[in-house]
Design a protein. Structure first.
Length: 161
């Protein structure tokens, strides 16, 4: 009985902590159309989950990165309304692409981005997400060089809640 009460208390504490953190949902437009969800862990860390659909072929891909916000204490100075932030992170990526030949990949993903948070609940960002393929087809993505996909720069807009 004590174990059940302890586990229940830990579960409730975890849910309360997760709900109390800042979140964002939005879209990215670059070499394809992407949808993203960000979940903050305090003021300095976040989990970024993105799903992408390429523009020139069919397929779907995704990234999950753990990002550090304003790492190394390098916040962008700004004295007007709103705030500038930059983030960098690392995680995993995967996807399936192609018309005639189905290509898939799984790999390591990076994320570097700069964002402006308005004084109302909206954020604009510029993001870059390179990947290094670990397994999968060598030609799964455009601009792929021996498993390294340099990614593309995307513009993002997110609703903060």
């Amino acid at each position: 009985m004590k174990k059940i009460l302890l586990l229940s208390a830990l579960f409730v504490a975890g849910v309360v902590t997760a709900v109390a953190q800042p979140r964002a949902i939005g879209a990215n437009l670059g070499s394809g159309l992407g949808f993203s969800y960000q979940h903050g862990f305090g003021d300095k860390n976040m989990l970024d989950v993105a799903a992408n659909v390429p523009l020139l072929t069919w397929g779907i891909g995704g990234h999950v990165t753990y990002d550090w916000i304003d790492p190394f204490g390098t916040a962008v100075p700004w004295s007007h309304e709103g705030e500038w932030h930059w983030a960098m992170g690392v995680g995993a990526a995967g996807g399936i692409y192609g018309f005639n030949d189905i290509n898939w990949h799984v790999g390591v993903a990076g994320h570097v981005g700069v964002a402006y948070d308005f004084w109302f609940p909206m954020e604009l960002s510029i993001d870059w997400r390179p990947e290094i393929g670990i397994i999968g087809a060598q030609d799964a993505l455009a601009y792929n060089v021996n498993g390294l996909w340099l990614g593309g720069v995307s513009l993002g807009i997110r609703y903060l809640f």
